[in-house]
Write a protein that binds this ligand. Structure first.
Ligand SMILES: [Zn+2]
Length: 511
């Protein structure tokens, strides 16, 4: 027999059923050839490749979580204030704030191979990078809260964009970021002047400035695009969590339309109603989804709430204070090294709680109302809406209308009767689940070699056992490969290679 001897960095996955939306493969039989961590074309001489039997398995690219919170001081504070959730009591599933090592292990065993922390203050970037270096297996990156600093706000107030571009580029380089996040545009400036948790609209000037949140959003989005960063401006708009805030998100969308931007955790920004009237609280998704479906340049992640205990953490201190006031739970307010802030508090979402039931229904309504899954990402804003290990449960809610109806029957009766969810029968196909959990987030995050299984892609590959119970199917992949290395099998870790830190290189900021 001729040919080279098998090498353990050369594999072929044989006989799997491929779901790879980026290359148009929707449940077709194909073999996948892997060499040196990448997917390669079928070789002329296959003799050196180790065969891995994927017969009967569903094969997808590795999961990509483009909005999570896994590192930095806020996550550490979450572990301190809710140690019972950090350890995971018997019967609890699973720890809300796992250790950094457990975070990587749990994500990998779930079939996820890339994660971004969506809110790191530049001054906390060094410690976040040190922690992420300890997060095994996954590739990872951080979004920098680059819009809280006084010099950035001052530059954003000038019509000449050169200074803003220069500051954003310098922040990305110095703090080794992947993207720019704005959390409540201008919010820290209001917060520092004692404007706590009250509404401000996009046209309220920042204290002592002519700059408004709207102008800040528009100029930041343009600066990020001009700098050629892989991911557009990551926008957590104003008034998170407040009744009636759907109008703010709607204004944000219309203001940013025509520019590239990503809208974070839209569920938390889609509420109707007024402050003093809990009865009027409800869903504002219909007009928002209608607007979103028309705005081709905008993308979003949902920030789904699922029932159970977790820890909320947000760089939007005003929102955290509002939540602490509403729930009576003490708040840890972390100053974010004087640039911004961060509020952290435990929360338990309950089926029979009117507001929590609305949040659950509103997130699902978003998923089921967006027509183009390529512009939508599956997220729970881990750990804010739910733990990332609840993603398989969420996938079943999306892909199994009967399962969703059973869940709907258990929630607060007023939400059950008023939410449009009860009249939506749409079910996500496997291909659509694949899009929102990997293909779309990879494309939106700006990772051309991820979220797909074409030649040249990173060999981040997951093999699932098909199961009518989609939660069971997605909770325990049969095999997970990261850069061609078998890292997990049936929920057991097989290897813990170090992942890469993804950092962006801004284009020259010169005009
Ligand atoms: Zn978040």
């Amino acid at each position: 027999m001729t040919g080279s001897a098998p090498r353990n960095d050369r594999l072929v996955l044989v006989g799997g059923t491929i779901h790879d939306p980026a290359t148009g493969r929707d449940g077709v039989a194909a073999d996948i050839w892997i060499e040196a961590g990448r997917i390669v074309a079928p070789p002329a001489d296959p003799a050196g490749f180790v065969r891995v039997d994927a017969g009967g398995l569903v094969v997808m690219p590795g999961g990509v979580d483009l909005h999570s919170h896994v590192a930095g001081p806020k996550v550490a504070a979450g572990r301190r204030i809710a140690p019972q959730l950090a350890r995971g009591r018997r019967g609890d599933t699973p720890a809300a704030i796992p250790t950094i090592h457990a975070t990587g292990a749990l994500y990998a065993a779930l079939g996820y191979t890339t994660v971004f922390d969506a809110a790191i203050a530049p001054a906390a970037a060094a410690i976040a990078h040190r922690e992420l270096a300890e997060l095994p297996i996954l590739d990872k990156g951080i979004y920098l809260l680059a819009a809280d600093r006084a010099d950035v706000l001052a530059a954003a107030g000038k019509a000449d964009a050169a200074e803003l571009r220069r500051l954003v580029a310098a922040t990305i380089q110095a703090s080794r970021g992947w993207a720019v996040k704005v959390a409540n545009p201008g919010g820290p400036a209001f917060w520092k002047r004692g404007r706590r948790g009250d509404h401000h609209d996009l046209d309220t000037p920042l204290p002592g400035e002519s700059l408004t949140p709207r102008i800040l959003l528009e100029r930041l989005a343009e600066a990020v695009t001009d700098l050629g960063l892989p991911h557009p401006l990551h926008v957590h708009t104003a008034n998170l969590g407040l009744p009636g805030n759907w109008r703010t998100l709607h204004e944000t969308m219309t203001s940013l339309a025509g520019r590239r931007a990503h809208l974070a955790h839209v569920q938390f920004h889609s509420y109707s109603g007024g402050d003093l009237d809990e009865d009027s609280f409800g869903s504002g998704v219909a007009p928002l989804a209608e607007c979103f479906n028309r705005c081709d340049d905008l993308t979003a992640d949902v920030g789904q709430v699922l029932f159970g205990g977790t820890v909320a953490m947000t760089g939007d201190s005003a929102a955290a204070e509002h939540l602490a006031h509403a729930t009576g739970v003490p708040l840890v307010s972390h100053d974010g090294h004087l640039e911004g802030g961060c509020g952290i508090l435990p929360i338990a979402y309950k089926e029979k709680n009117l507001i929590h039931a609305w949040q659950w229904a509103i997130g699902l309504e978003w998923f089921l109302s967006v027509t183009d899954p390529w512009r939508l990402c599956l997220s729970t804003d881990h750990p804010n809406g739910a733990h990332f290990t609840a993603y398989p449960h969420l996938m079943r809610l999306l892909g199994d209308a009967a399962f969703r109806r059973e869940a709907l029957a258990r929630i607060h009766p007023r939400v059950r009767s008023r939410s449009p969810l009860s009249s939506i029968d749409r079910e996500y196909s496997l291909q659509e689940l694949c899009i929102v959990s990997r293909a779309a987030p990879a494309r939106i995050a700006g990772l051309p070699r991820k979220g797909q299984l074409g030649v040249g892609a990173d060999a981040d590959i997951v093999c699932y056992r098909p199961d009518r119970d989609l939660a069971a199917m997605f909770a325990m992949p049969a095999k997970v490969f990261k850069a061609g290395v078998l890292v997990a099998e049936d929920g057991q870790l097989r290897a813990t290679p170090a992942g890469q830190t993804l950092t962006a290189q801004p284009a020259s900021p010169a005009a």
